[in-house]
Ligand binder design. Sequence first.
Ligand SMILES: *[C@@H]1O[C@H](CO)[C@@H](O)[C@H](O)[C@H]1NC(C)=O
Ligand SMILES: *[C@@H]1O[C@H](CO)[C@@H](O)[C@H](O)[C@H]1NC(C)=O
Ligand SMILES: *[C@@H]1O[C@H](CO)[C@@H](O)[C@H](O)[C@H]1NC(C)=O
Ligand SMILES: *[C@@H]1O[C@H](CO)[C@@H](O)[C@H](O)[C@H]1NC(C)=O
Ligand SMILES: *[C@@H]1O[C@H](CO)[C@@H](O)[C@H](O)[C@H]1NC(C)=O
Length: 214
Amino acid sequence: MEIPLLSLLVYLPIAMCGKSINSAHAAESPIYTVIHSESDFQIRLYNESSWMSSLVVGGTSFKEATRSGFHRLYQYIHGANFNSSKLEITAPVLTSIALSPRGNNYTVKLYISNEYQGRPPQPNPELMLQLAKLGTQCIAVRKFSGFAKDDNVSKEAEALLGSLNKQLTGNSSTIDKSSYTIAQYNAPSTSSGRLNEVWIKMSGLTVEGCPPSQ
Ligand SMILES: *[C@@H]1O[C@H](CO)[C@@H](O)[C@H](O)[C@H]1NC(C)=O
Ligand SMILES: *[C@@H]1O[C@H](CO)[C@@H](O)[C@H](O)[C@H]1NC(C)=O
Ligand SMILES: *[C@@H]1O[C@H](CO)[C@@H](O)[C@H](O)[C@H]1NC(C)=O
Ligand SMILES: *[C@@H]1O[C@H](CO)[C@@H](O)[C@H](O)[C@H]1NC(C)=O
Ligand SMILES: *[C@@H]1O[C@H](CO)[C@@H](O)[C@H](O)[C@H]1NC(C)=O
C-alpha cells in the first residue's frame, strides 16, 4: 500500500494541531516525570512503554530517513496490521541516530496509542516494523525550536552533551556518544511554534530518582 507523500503532509497537521482546534483531543504521549531541571536541559524518568519502530539502514540524511521511516509507521497506524486496526497518531516521532563512518542507521519510532499499549496489533510483514519495548529509564532532554534539520541536529546533541559534562560531573554515568535521538512534536507543515528535543539516554546516572542501571 503506497501512500502519496501529499496525504502524509495533509494528514499530520490535522492530527497534530488537533490540540489547538479541540483541546479535549491532544495527541497522546508517553508518561514521564521531570526529576532534575537546569536552564538548558532536563532529566526525565520515562515509564516503560511500547513503540512501533522502523529501521532505516545506511543513510546520511536525518530528514530523509525520518520521512522514509515515518511513512511505514503511518501505514501501520492506518490499518496495515493483522487486525486492520486504526491507531491514533501520537507525539513525538523519535528518530534515533547511530553514527557510523559506513553510513548511519536511523530508527524511527512512534508511541503506541494508550488503547493499544498492552496489545499492539502485529504490523504487516512488508512494512518491516518491529515492536520496541522501552524499559523505565532516565533520559536527558534539551528542547529546541524551529525545524530539526540535517545541519543542526548534531549541534543540538553536542550542546546537550556539553551541558551534561558541565552540570553532572561526579554523578557517574555512561553516556553513549555514538547515538542520540531527536523527538519531533509537529508535522512538517507547521511552521511556527515548533517543538523538538534531543534525547540522550543516561545509564548508571547517580541522580536521585533514576533507576539503577541494568
Ligand atoms: C507505568 O507503566 C505500567 C505498565 O505499562 C502501568 O501499569 C503503570 O500504571 C504506569 N505508571 C504510571 C505512573 O503511569
Ligand atoms: C546498521 O544496521 C545493520 C543491520 O541491522 C547492522 O548490521 C549494522 O551494524 C548497523 N550499523 C550501526 C552503525 O548501528
Ligand atoms: C486481533 O484480532 C484477534 C482475532 O480477532 C483478537 O483476538 C485480538 O485481540 C486482536 N488484537 C488486537 C490488538 O486488537
Ligand atoms: C537549529 O535550528 C533551529 C531552527 O532553525 C534553531 O532554532 C536552533 O537554534 C538551531 N540549533 C543550533 C544548535 O544551531
Ligand atoms: C550528583 O551527586 C551528588 C552527590 O552524590 C548529589 O548531591 C547531587 O544531588 C547529584 N546531582 C543531581 C543532579 O542529582
